[in-house]
Design a protein around this ligand. Sequence first.
Ligand SMILES: [Zn+2]
Length: 376
Amino acid sequence: MKKQWVALVALCLIFATAFSSSAFAAETIPGGPSTNGKLSYESVIDYEEMIEGLKKIEHASKGKVEVFTLDEYGKTEQGRSIYAAKVGEGPMKIWVQAQIHGDEKLTTGAVMELLKALGKSGNKEVKQILENSTIYAIPMYNPDGSLMNIRQTVLHDEEGNSLNRRIDLNRDWSENGFAAKESLAVYKFWADVKPDYAVDLHHQGFKTVYGTNYSTSMSLGVSLAPNGPTLPGIKDGLYNDLTRQMSVYVYDALKDYGHMHIDRYQVGGGDSKYEIDIRGGVVSAMMLGLNYNNINPTGHSNPAIFFETKGNTRDGGLGQKSNGHLERQNYLGLKALLYGLATGEVQQVDPDRWEEIPAYPLAGYQTDSGIVPVNQ
Ligand SMILES: [Zn+2]
């Protein structure tokens, strides 16, 4: 297994350079980039480029990668199509979504690189992924927000006039939610697909790995905290184990790369931090098996984790040199997770090793109804 893994890592590096036309052209920055939380998005794929890119990937894959819109389920508030891609023949369904927050842009490029690799390569590891699983990817969940370079989407009326009301799409899968058309479109698609696993890609601000001066390049998170108030109660603790196993597997895959400093996703300032336990998050709703308007009558659910890459494009600014490195990190993490799930290696991980992923002392849980402290 170890040998296979080394081979996969080598393979990923080959991909990372082989497909380096633009996104991977940037060199790795010794000591990690210093961008003050700002990334240039001039080298980042926009909506039109994504559509172009998906069509090219589909064509080059000779039918392996299927590209389609979610129009039959709905469009965005401003009437754009939400694009998705499907690749693989296996029974295990893995859901990959990126850029639900419109200013978290490197995530889309990582999904594109992944699709390109899965569509093109005939090597053994990719074959294992595609034989054992089927990937459903949404590279840009929030095209309107992406074009406006804002986190949310903006509601519009039937005539296409802005209602000046912003909606965070990642708080919109709830009984009282689904204010935005995007949410319902993707939710209906999810309820049809019924994935077995999911991963959601984001960006965060700056933090340092606990006990070090290293700037965190990526945090691994679960939106219902492992061992927290909610997750251990779902499916007799199954998702509490699987989400930790998924996180550990990605951590193991990335931790020995240069300039990748991975930790657990936590929020709040100071020397102790909070883990999130937020039911309205999209991937939380997946784990909880939300059945809104009887669209998911069987109560389908699936475990999910998320990646939080350093930096965002909210404020514009520079930092282009770091983009390639951060995007590759996302891509390698994604690819490793798919491989680990498809081969069953993830499910063999000791979930308690989650404690080995660097984290700050836990002050409590940030829930929808406020902070739940823990006694230390
Ligand atoms: Zn986000």
